[in-house]
Design a protein around this ligand. Structure first.
Ligand SMILES: N[C@@H](CCC(=O)N[C@@H](CS)C(=O)NCC(=O)O)C(=O)O
Length: 244
């Protein structure tokens, strides 16, 4: 059977888009990728693809159409964790989710903690000027959920795609130490040293293994992501100053 078309609407700096890119590549799927300019979102994107105006979003199936004119009969979906499950379900032979139901449950629990606990404290730290410790505590909780070797569920799964894109962006942001974060001088370096120290030894080893996978390497250009974050942060600072 011919695989129905898949179009992923994504933005390079978005960790959520990046996770879906990784899952699609890990599954060896042919897909079309459309880069959405979030500063200048096309009207058709909001009207016809994702009314929430966010990336990632995905269209599946339907008649042939260019990404900027999505066909009416394709299925439109969004939310990175939903899309990760979708890719795993569409391509079961790629084993993006383990077969054992208890291992699948581990994957889902890890993704739940990531979404409901880690992301709020991550944003609070790097955009809200809040202390790093709550973020580090949740990261430790996630580290404790890892087996002694290998990935979240032993074999690679969508849970690994979900977290690696956050871990690498966290490093970029800490290295940037941009004024938008509202940190005192040296905070980025201090947190980086903690992440690279004994407290997070297992997480760092896990991160290195994930960074070594071909699907990750093919989708991550650290210098380019750092540039994008820097211009985003500069824009936020400019806007904040205009509002004062
Ligand atoms: N919960 C969503 C979050 C997606 C999200 O926040 N996307 C950001 C980019 S990282 C976005 O599209 N922002 C544009 C906007 O909200 O206008 C997911 O996991 O897919």
């Amino acid at each position: 059977m011919v695989q129905p078309q898949i179009t992923l609407y994504a933005t390079d700096f978005s960790p959520y888009s990046h996770s879906v890119d990784i899952a699609l590549l890990e599954a060896g799927v042919n897909y079309t990728r459309f880069e959405v300019d979030l500063q200048n979102k096309p009207e058709w994107f909001i009207k016809q693809v994702n009314p929430a105006g966010q990336v990632p979003a995905l269209t599946y199936g339907g008649s042939d159409a260019p990404p900027s004119e999505p066909s009416l009969d394709s299925i439109k979906l969004r939310e990175s964790h939903v899309l990760l499950e979708l890719v795993a379900d569409l391509f079961p032979e790629a084993r993006l989710l383990p077969e054992d139901p208890t291992h699948r449950a581990k994957v889902r629990l890890f993704m739940d903690v990531l979404k409901t606990k880690l992301l709020p404290v991550w944003y609070a730290h790097f955009r809200g000027g809040q202390p790093a410790e709550p973020f580090l505590v949740v990261l430790e909780e996630l580290q404790a959920m890892l087996p002694p070797t290998g990935f979240v569920a032993g074999e690679w799964s969508i849970a690994d795609a979900a977290i690696i894109t956050i871990l690498v962006r966290e490093e970029v942001i800490l290295e940037l130490e941009h004024e938008v974060s509202g940190w005192s001088a040296g905070e980025g370096k201090r947190v980086l040293d903690i992440l690279h120290g004994p407290r997070f030894a297992r997480l760092a080893q896990y991160q290195r293994e994930l960074e070594g996978r071909p699907a990750f390497k093919a989708t991550f250009d650290k210098a380019q992501i750092a540039d994008k974050f820097a211009s985003w942060f500069n824009r936020v600072v400019r806007l904040r100053k205009q509002q004062v």
